[in-house]
Design a protein around this ligand. Structure first.
Ligand SMILES: Nc1ncnc2c1ncn2[C@@H]1O[C@H](COP(=O)(O)OP(=O)(O)OP(=O)(O)O)[C@@H](O)[C@H]1O
Length: 264
């Protein structure tokens, strides 16, 4: 039944001048899951992600959102349908406060005219919702702080809040913990867990410890194809997965695939 899947790909292919970066990929992202796309360097994760979020056009194949073929649609159109990419689309304005950034995001999402927001009741509603969103990412006390002054992890939390302002049904996260220290990584894990309440999340993530803590289902890509899929336990126990990670030297740099190591 396809309505149990929020997002699907069917025989998705992306070629770059004859080089097959994504080779016949069939994904099924189940409603309510946090689903990770992992794999060694060059496996095709970013390319798949860019195909799903319309930054790239597939060579062949289909992308379905809640059963509807969205392959020809643009990213703005799919965002309106409830499929939103975080951390890139929703760049925050550095010289606005955290609260102002959320208000801008809310206003642009609701697409309302300035005159609409001028009325006292709407402004109060906007401020209330903006504070709720800030609170949901733990930034209440930074509401009036200039964004440029926020620490990196907090800036990303703010970006996530501006994405949540769009009320996505599925949130697509491209390496949410990239470039972060342990403390920020832990904070992002909690943030993603919270943001995932009542929605579906698909994330590309190199940090396997993060994947082990968060994800219900994992698809492993290697050389453009799906190598295997399952929960963390199944995937990390698969010798083929260990092999592809070992083969590229990714494991040492990015974290090992065993559950014991990932749990550290
Ligand atoms: N625009 C492009 N033109 C040509 N080749 C590309 C292009 N984008 C990606 N590739 C190639 O496609 C393959 C998959 O790349 P991709 O970035 O999707 O992998 P990845 O799994 O995200 O890797 P990483 O973990 O290093 O980010 C690589 O061999 C890459 O060199």
């Amino acid at each position: 039944m396809s309505d149990q899947y929020v997002l699907e790909t069917r025989s998705l292919v992306k070629e770059f001048k004859g080089f097959v970066a994504v080779d016949d990929v069939n994904l099924q992202i189940q409603k309510g899951h946090i689903h990770a796309l992992i794999g060694p360097n060059g496996a095709g994760k970013t390319t798949v992600f860019n195909l799903l979020t319309k930054f790239l056009i597939p060579t062949r194949g289909q992308i379905l959102f809640k059963g509807e073929d969205i392959t020809p649609m643009k990213s703005a159109a799919i965002a309106r349908k409830g499929m939103v990419r975080s951390f890139q689309i929703s760049a925050v304005f550095p010289h606005m406060t955290a609260l102002e950034n959320i208000r801008v995001a809310l206003q642009s999402f609701e697409g309302s005219s300035f005159s609409f927001w001028k009325s006292g009741a709407s402004l109060n509603r906007l401020n209330k919702r903006a504070m709720e969103l800030l609170d949901s990412v733990g930034l209440t006390e930074f509401a009036n702080t200039m964004t440029v002054e926020l620490a990196y992890g907090r800036k990303r939390a703010l970006e996530l809040a501006t994405t949540l302002a769009m009320e996505p049904e599925i949130l697509l996260l491209d390496e949410p913990t990239q470039g972060m220290g342990t403390e920020d990584v832990d904070r992002v894990v909690e943030l993603v867990r919270k943001a995932a309440e009542g929605r579906t999340v698909l994330m590309v993530e190199h940090n396997l410890s993060v994947v082990s803590k968060l994800c219900d289902r994992i698809t492993v890509l290697a050389q453009g194809s799906v190598l295997t899929e399952g929960d963390y336990e199944a995937v990390s126990a698969d010798p083929r997965v260990r092999e592809v990670y070992m083969g590229t030297g990714s494991s040492g740099e990015r974290g090992a695939v065993t559950a014991e190591e990932a749990a550290q």
